[in-house]
Design a protein around this ligand. Sequence first.
Ligand code: ADP
Ligand code: SF4
Length: 682
Amino acid sequence: MSVAPSPAAGPYDVLFEPIRIGPKVAKNRLAISPHANGMGMTWPRAYRSLWDVRGEGGWGILSTEICMIHPTSDAQPSPDVQLWDDDDLRELAAVFAIAHGHGALAAVELGHLGMQASNNYSREGPIGPSALPHMYPVPVEVRAMDTADIATFRRWHRAAAVRAVEAGADIVYVYAAHAIGLPMQFLCRRFNQRTDHYGGSLANRARLLRELVEDTKDAVGEKAAVALRFSVDEMLGADGLEADGEGRVVVEMLADLPDLWSVNVSDWANDSPTSRFAKEGAQEPFIDFVRGVTSKPVMGVGRFTSPDAMAGQLRRGVLDIIACARPAIADPFIPAKIRAGDADHIRECIGCNICISADFAGVPLRCTQNPTIGEEWRRGWHPERIDPKAVDEPVLVVGGGPAGLEAALALARRGHEVHLADARRTLGGRVTLESRLPGLAEWARVRDHRVQQLQTLPNVRIYLDSPVDADMAVEFGAPHVAVATGACWRRDGVGRAGYVPLPGADAAHVLTPDDLLAGRCGEGAVVVYDDDHYYLGALLAEQLASQGRAVIYATPEPLVSAWTVNTMEQPRIQRRLHEAGVRIELNRRLVSIEPDRVQLACTYSDRIVARRAETVVLLTGRLPAGDLYAQLRAHGSLMTVQRIGDAANPGTIAAAVYAGHRFARELGATADPVGFRRERRV
Ligand code: ADP
Ligand code: SF4
């Protein structure tokens, strides 16, 4: 497959061997996997800047996310790209030109969401293989496509392929993955209940997919390669496609038809699990057969952040091309860093899926590890470059959690003299504590990457075991102070379910996550009350249960860890609690705490139930820790006093990193009422 091996010799050179894909040649084996990015055509300037940064980062192939081929498929409120008509050409031509400017191939993932299309924007009725309820719980039924509809659908797909090539695409994908792509829905027995020659046998159910690949090859000719993105296993056992069943047979049936196989597992939550539930390279056992079936190159994903793992996949013959989505979000410069011998400087993805929550919210990408993603255009932030300092005086950063570490690093890169003090003996703040919990080890990368980078910079001094009070901060002599002192869990029980203190919350047997993370866990039967709704409540309940405690998890929401639907972990987390033997009480509001029991009220009926509780763990809210900020403001002698991260707004680790980075970027800048550019369409 290799056309011109790299002259240099090194452990990772295999990643930089060019590779032929149909009529095109990619300059290396590192590709951006098609992935949702919350930008698409809704935020076109942001999108172009993302492509530009990635091109500069050295990827051999840049790609769009699913590019909708027709108005019968939109994903709103998730922004998407479209090739509905010739009017859409311009936008894609612009990003493809950016890829070419960097010597990368430009790929477009043509797709149709079929029975999962929201069509919130187009208001078209969704279509699919059979007349069935929509895949989302919405009051809509899917219209079964008749053979005339299928012929029309093929024409839309062909027309989009022609437009894609006209826009400059080098690789045109046919998308049959994640149970989202219409041709995959035709493949799946549970969705395809047809009795004509597009239903029944696997050959019939695969007919549309084969036709689309053939149509696309015919439409693009020698101007582009045709890739097939296909989920070989749905992780549904015999109810779905399986890598040792129909999934494999489909690959065998179409083996050399596409120019490139891009293979994964389905659905999206299985393709992109958080690090709590899957580690790097977890898809290998499912996809490793593909290369033995086809003579065409095979591309795959696996949240690869380690060059050793990437090179190993190529050397062991598992894959020909490494595709990255989340690793490239966390560090768009992975190829450039490996190439330059700077692999140690890669900012590794921690597998938290905060990036996915941005797409669900319909806003540009955000990332725990990379505060600049999505900000390339609107704030002009580059992931590897930062303006020199605008003021000369030294800066004191108090608190070495995610906010303080990121602030210190970005300030130091600007050339500031930086002093970073933390009360504890270890840096990392909450990340250090939480990464010790089961499954969260990779979260320590937030700390480790920054500490390692800080150690390479001569203009940073770190003071551990150094609690800072207002007098010390003033006397220290740095006129700019960032207060990054974090937050504490509330002990009064005030939360969103009531906004008032809980009777009995001041008792000795009532704990917060801060106590548990410090090693206290009380005794006897425990009620964990989760009015926070992210990962921590359920994780602590699971941990307590694993220690043999009788645990009740109670929440006012109808789901365990309700917010984690945004990170696609929610079903897994709830299942874990069941498996751990935790009793789950949903729609329950905590109303009072007594010495050996709690009173819980149904959030709908107000009916009260009592539950035994010798220990109560409250996750109701967090408050900024200490009063250093207020005291420094009152002192009035410093040029800058700014609280950042949890010390201002207790929230996600991603928000704290972003706040730290923003402080560093903006120190000495003229105040701007908005602070970023907006995309204007008039
Ligand atoms: P964030 O997520 O906003 O960075 P964290 O709670 O993770 O917040 O980190 C805050 C850090 O600040 C902790 O490591 C804590 O030890 C440190 N800290 C809190 N108060 C002080 C103080 N007065 N002096 C020095 N360090 C402090
Ligand atoms: Fe990785 Fe989390 Fe960043 Fe997504 S948000 S790329 S999962 S670190």
